[in-house]
Write a protein that binds this ligand. Sequence first.
Ligand code: FRU
Length: 494
Amino acid sequence: ASLTDQFRPAFHYTAERNWLNDPNGLVYLNGTYHLFYQHNPFGADWGNMSWGHATSPDLLHWEEQPVAIPCDEQEAIFSGSAVFDEHNTSGLGTAANPPLVAIYTSAYSHASPLAGRQAQSLAYSLDEGRTWTKHQGNPVLDRASADFRDPKVFWYDGGGESYWVMVAVEAVQRQVVLYRSADLKSWEYLSTFGPANATGGVWECPDLFELPVDGNPRDTRWVLVVNINPGGIAGGSAGQYFVGEFDGVAFRSGSTVTEGLQEDGSRMREYGWLDWGRDYYAAVSFSNMPDGRRIMIGWMNNWDYAGSTPTGEWRSAMSLPREVTLTRLDGRVVLRQEAIGYSGEPDAQGFRLGPRAVPPGVVELPASAAAARIDAEFHPGSATAVGLVLHAGDAGRTVLTYDTRQGVLRLDRRESGMTGFHEAFPSVEAVAVPLQDGRLRLRVYLDRCSVEVFAQDGLATITDLVFPTEASTGMAIFAEGEGAQLVALDVVGH
Ligand code: FRU
């Protein structure tokens, strides 16, 4: 098969052709999930940035739609969000037919009087996202800045007062700036957050939302998501998050470890990271969800090498959508993440192992898959390591290893297949993961060019791209040092 077909994911979104990056305008409306995204309609490299569009009834099966908001000579359409303006506060629709409103960054070209600036603009749709019209009064928020971008807007219900809140970045300053509005068209400054924690790269694509802790609606926290590039935990692009309070004006972090711009990186492992892999960036959440669930999607790539990935006519996939919740762990409030959607096709090949001893060494499994969901639970006992070998073949393999003495989970893609297209690609990712009752639970979503690992029920995740040969579909489990106990293994193939 061509590389276009060989690496085309079985259950992750890609555009049929051409480049994509950040998810934009994630919004639910009348039974449909909308995924807009940074897209080059004319090629497989970054450029001509426009909003592509796909829709789904279930967050798993996506249908590509025509480009929603195309660039023109004056402006590129950079990242942003979309809201359902139910009460037509913007006046861009009618009471009977309220609009979907996209809030995006206008990146002005040389042909524009605003050349060199980034400012926030609106477009609206009166037909549930099919067609879009730019607002006449754009931009609606201009700070005369060259790096003011990625607005995420939500409806803030403060009990007494309610209004729209925008979080956006002053990317180079490593700051999130907050504004409020009654109508999405005129914006009033509220506050600034940052720099704090990871500041080794520009801040991009922020998000801010409230979640209950362990499901208790009377005990809530606000989560501020800040994507950063470079300077991520695994190198290059990554997402960090802060847990704190938001009073309708300012966000106060309760999880700041370092403040200011001077950080040496030695505290990086203490920060909250959305993912500890190389390929989960620009993650933001859906708005207007029917059931209060908070679901995020990330761009499954890294600016370190995104322009070089060997996938033929299309380039880049989205991560699986992830439901995020808050939980208490060792006195801290942290994010737990669960991928939603994929649980195997109806006719999928299944494979299951019950409890058994795993002798030291590698045990090949009589199962193979290029795309599958794998659940594995180990009781490592006195083994020095346990793990899984994935996408295994003569030409390579991807290895997921739990080091029991260090309490660290590693994903090694150095020999995962095609790795030479960029010098920054071969890598080993690591995250500290304590055993729970002596056990390690792993859920792995394997696809034709990616591995997403959710450890200990989503307390830590590692997402990496891989480009295995077509024959690399083998699977194995292993123990090192001494034997270990496998509690259960469950593979649902695609
Ligand atoms: C993040 C980003 C955003 C910007 C967009 C441009 O990946 O750099 O800050 O809006 O991509 O495509």
